[in-house]
Design a protein around this ligand. Structure first.
Ligand code: ADP
Length: 379
């Protein structure tokens, strides 16, 4: 399978001396690795893929103190880490789920710093063949963290290999054929698996049950994102006012990755059109040009909502139909657009498909008449 397969182990020294390794089958990713940055393959909107990945790594928080928000989750993790350290045992396997860009990979890096152990980063699509997963498990050192992104995309065979490794730290292998088949149990060092997924529901039950700690990452508040924006601006040595930071945060759809991306775009605008400083006025002008509206919706989001309203009477309509009509990938809509539109109250998921809410109609300037009200179940 996959003659294109490429596996890169790129050990990169971090400030704290620990090492991160990258394993990927992606050519673009391979080039990035050679530039001495720590990254994983991204699977979001096209502009996100084109987004400067080394920039993202430079601003990734490395400690709990610099990791903004998610306070409940941080507290639980700090306790688990402290307990594991006192027992001198590896941390339980962890599963993080939530939309892309909320800080799952970053958190895995923070845990590795905090536990003072190295981390290997890979993603499920890079573990297609049995030998990919066996190879990586055999290469682990005691206590090391293995981070598997998009873990819901692991195939059945890889999952079966992972189960005994996660549970008993053994690999069950068979050699030979027919009557001479032998089963071998090969020990693997005790490690911590951190899985990340945008779709916890797509994970198989047995795999989910093998994680000791399961956490959902929440969208960030505007106040938290203001801190993210200010932190990024200070790393990039940009001049920004409190209101300028807030203006960017407000339109970042609860997501640090988007906030960081917007800081860069707004700073480009500030540099070219003004004196480089980011004020509220400059931020708003730049974001208007980028067609990001007050609620953080971009063109794709608005097109999606308008399509459902204008062509499908507000829904329900199937996701495949929407993806085909928009020329977008189903996964982009499911993973990137929908979670935020649902959280903002603009979109509803029903067993018969996607439906817009009366709020979406009002927001986009459509009249919510009596017929539509009854359509949406309003009295
Ligand atoms: P995910 O793995 O959930 O897709 P990442 O961990 O790759 O998201 O985070 C995307 C970017 O957002 C990172 O570059 C990081 O700098 C920033 N980021 C994420 N979470 C936080 C946070 N809690 N505080 C500050 N920055 C964050």
């Amino acid at each position: 399978m996959g003659g294109r397969f490429y596996q890169a182990y790129n050990l990169t020294s971090r400030n704290d001396g620990a090492q991160m390794a990258i394993i990927s089958d992606d050519d673009e990713f391979k080039n990035i690795c050679s530039e001495k940055c720590v990254e994983k393959s991204l699977d979001t909107k096209p502009e996100a893929i084109a987004y400067d990945k080394s920039f993202e790594n430079n601003i990734r928080p490395k400690t709990f103190d610099s990791y903004i928000g998610q306070s409940g989750l941080k507290e639980t993790l700090q306790i688990s880490i402290e307990a594991a350290k006192r027992r001198e045992l590896p941390l339980d396997h962890l599963l993080f789920y939530g939309p892309p860009g909320l800080g799952k990979t970053t958190l895995a890096g923070v845990i590795s710093t905090q536990m003072d152990v190295p981390i290997k980063i890979t993603s499920a699509p890079a573990l297609e063949r049995p030998r990919d997963i066996i190879g990586i498990l055999m290469s682990l050192k005691g206590g090391e963290i293995l981070f598997i992104d998009e873990i819901h995309r692991l195939n059945k065979v890889a999952e079966e290999i992972l189960y005994p490794a996660m549970e008993d730290f053994f690999l069950d292998m068979t050699t030979g054929k027919g009557q001479s088949v032998k089963t071998l149990r090969i020990p693997v060092p005790k490690f911590t698996l951190i899985g990340a997924t945008t779709k916890a529901g797509a994970l198989s039950g047995p795999l989910r049950d093998r994680f000791g700690i399961i956490h959902r990452l929440e969208f960030y508040s505007t106040e938290e994102l203001t801190q993210v924006v200010k932190r990024t601006a200070s790393i990039l040595e940009l001049e920004i006012t409190e209101k300028g930071a807030y203006a960017i945060a407000r339109r970042s759809r609860g997501t640090p990755r988007i906030a960081n991306r917007l800081v860069k775009r707004v700073s480009d605008y500030a540099l070219v059109k003004h004196d480089g400083a980011i004020t509220e006025e400059i931020a708003n002008k730049a974001l208007d040009i980028l067609k990001i509206d007050d609620s953080g919706l971009d063109n794709t989001d608005r097109c999606l909502l308008r399509l459902i309203i204008e062509k499908y009477d507000g829904g329900p309509v199937g996701i495949e139909t929407l993806a085909a009509a928009l020329g977008e990938d189903v996964r982009t809509i499911e993973d990137v657009c929908e979670p935020y539109l649902m959280q903002a109250g603009f979109l509803q998921r029903t067993p018969r498909g996607r439906k817009v809410s009366p709020e979406a109609l009002r927001y986009l300037g459509y009249k919510v008449d009596t017929a539509q009200k009854s359509l949406f179940g309003e009295e």
